[in-house]
Ligand binder design. Structure first.
Ligand SMILES: Cc1cc2nc3c(=O)[nH]c(=O)nc-3n(C[C@H](O)[C@H](O)[C@H](O)COP(=O)(O)OP(=O)(O)OC[C@H]3O[C@@H](n4cnc5c(N)ncnc54)[C@H](O)[C@@H]3O)c2cc1C
Length: 509
């Protein structure tokens, strides 16, 4: 039976997304799955995963004349993007002037773009052969055409949100002020869903792809499992668009062990368990070396957010009086190691690089609501409480905490942080005790790793040869975009562009 997806399911999806966007560690994975196919369907193209990249691919292939089946194991489509503000990076360079979204303050070139991009992604550079700058440039030169295409397909206009002078890349987001309760990403998802309906794409939700079907080395379909039972979906090409691997404990342990060693919080989609890797490596696909994470804000430890969901709000801007940027963040010895008002990604990265935890954020008792929440964490041993700083330092065995605290109080009084140059407005002196030392960890929103592809998004083996009939788009293959650091909004951008170009190319084959 065909499970047709409706626009209502996109909107309902946004409401239940809290269940799939994770907070905490990674779910226990099943890395090897088997099924017996009992019935089947046929199309030109099967797209596995209905995030930004899979959606763009399905729409693009269908509008170019292909029959398409789009499957997602979640009960709704476009999961990760539903809660996104919808920011997308663009390069506005002479090569794509006819598709510019807004006039730039100063002319740009792709070389200048790359220079700024390089500075961001190579901060704390690691020894991996990424980014592939040629491929990154290709993605970004195509970005303006991608936005024009999305606007036309969804009927939603994108407008300037950031400029290259502000964040290094010109950026646009959906203009959807009519209903501020719904994020920009949800509007785009809804617009794409209308296109799926109009173009006759067969959308199957709650349908998990388990295994690729191949004949003499060529991929000819995928085995899926849904409430209706197991099925074989046969096609001339299969496009894997299953996102990253942050929802898989086994892949996290194997590829980025610090995630679970340090207890990083995962803020991404728990449905994203690296299934493209599992399916494609079974056929000899190569996996990117140097897998990594895209860091997010610093968060209270997993045991705290598990004990009480209120702890999720104990972060920058999350709870009145709790802004961590105006607090002290110290390492195991009780020393500061960073300007606490640095960008959130820089804080998480500093914690990971120094690996000198447990890390603590210090709170006083001046905000009763915050103190009441902190009391709930004491039984987890991730909140220490004492009437004065010396007693607190003894409790957490952090001998430097007393001098650190005294220096900080003086800096706050003077409005001058000689050690880390924190701005005066963020230097808030601590008030009355009792004082609390709360264990904080880095978080991550996405992963950089997965299966290797070539410039046409064909899945490749280690020797560079392609696996016929198999393609991958989006986060499952976007390692080629970055070195150490993510460049803001370039994952959304490259996901859309990979999907748009690959879908059209497959339809024209
Ligand atoms: C909190 C947060 C903030 C972010 N902020 C930004 C930002 O500001 N800028 C930016 O560029 N990027 C950002 N990202 C990252 C960005 O959202 C992703 O990189 C992008 O959405 C990836 O799109 P995708 O299509 O590859 O994967 P996704 O949108 O994650 O979609 C993957 C889909 O595959 C499905 N799936 C998985 N396995 C299977 C299977 N076996 N069978 C069927 N379906 C399967 C999943 O259910 C999911 O729907 C953020 C991510 C998060 C979580």
């Amino acid at each position: 039976m065909q499970m047709n997806f409706t626009r209502r399911q996109v909107v309902a999806g946004a409401a239940v997304l809290g269940g799939t966007l994770a907070l905490g560690g990674c779910a226990s994975p099943q890395k090897t799955k088997q099924t017996e196919a009992v019935s089947g369907k046929q199309a030109d193209i099967v797209v596995v995963g209905s995030g930004l990249s899979g959606l763009a691919c399905a729409v693009s292939a269908a509008e170019n004349g292909s029959s398409v089946i789009l499957v997602d194991k979640a009960p709704f489509l476009t999961s990760t993007f539903l809660t996104s503000k919808g920011n997308v990076s663009i390069a506005q360079v002479p090569e794509n002037k006819e598709a510019w979204q807004f006039d730039t303050e100063a002319p740009d070139t792709i070389d200048e773009f790359e220079k700024r991009y390089r500075k961001q992604t190579e901060l704390g550079k690691v020894n991996v052969p990424y980014p592939d700058y040629d491929r990154m440039r290709h993605m970004m030169v195509e970005s303006c055409a991608t936005i024009a295409w999305v606007e036309e397909r969804t009927g939603i206009a994108f407008n300037k949100s950031f400029t290259k002078e502000m964040v290094g890349t010109d950026t646009v987001k959906p203009e959807v002020n009519t209903d501020p309760s719904k994020e920009g990403g949800a509007w785009v998802a809804e617009g794409f869903a209308k296109e799926l309906d109009r173009l006759g794409v067969q959308s199957m939700v709650s349908t998990e792809a388990l295994e690729l079907i191949h004949e003499e080395g060529t991929v000819v379909g995928v085995k899926v499992k849904s409430k209706e039972g197991d099925q074989e979906l046969r096609a001339k090409a299969v496009v894997l668009a299953t996102g990253g691997f942050g929802g898989s404990q086994a892949y996290c342990d194997e590829l980025v062990p610090i995630i679970n060693e340090m207890g990083l919080q995962f803020l991404g989609n728990t449905m994203n368990t690296g299934d493209s890797m599992t399916m494609a490596t079974a056929l000899g696909a190569a996996v990117y070396e140097g897998a990594d994470i895209i860091a997010g804000a610093i968060m209270p430890a997993r045991a705290l957010t598990k004990a009480d969901t209120g702890f999720q709000k104990l972060c920058e801007n999350g709870m009145e009086g709790a802004a961590t940027s105006s607090k002290l963040l110290v390492n195991a010895a009780g020393e500061r190691f960073v300007n606490e008002a640095s960008p959130v990604i820089a804080l998480s990265t500093a914690m990971i690089d120094k690996n000198n935890g447990p890390y603590y954020v210090l709170f006083d008792s001046s905000n009763a609501a915050v103190a009441a929440l902190l009391e709930k964490g004491i039984s987890t041993n991730n909140v220490a409480k004492a009437d004065d700083i010396a007693l607190l330092a003894a409790q957490i065995d952090a001998p430097q905490l007393v001098p650190t605290f005294e220096t900080y109080q003086q800096a706050a009084k003077d409005g001058l942080d000689a050690t880390f140059n924190k701005k005066a407005e963020k230097l808030m002196p601590y008030g009355v005790g009792p004082y609390y030392a709360v264990t904080f960890v880095p978080s991550f929103v996405a992963t950089m790793g997965g299966i290797k592809t070539n410039v046409d998004c064909q899945v490749i083996r280690e020797d560079g040869s392609t696996i016929a009939g198999l393609y991958a788009v989006g986060e499952t293959t976007h390692r080629f975009m970055y070195n150490r650091n993510f460049v803001r909004h370039c994952s959304n951008s490259s996901s859309l562009t990979m999907g748009r170009i690959t879908g059209a190319a497959l339809a024209k084959q």
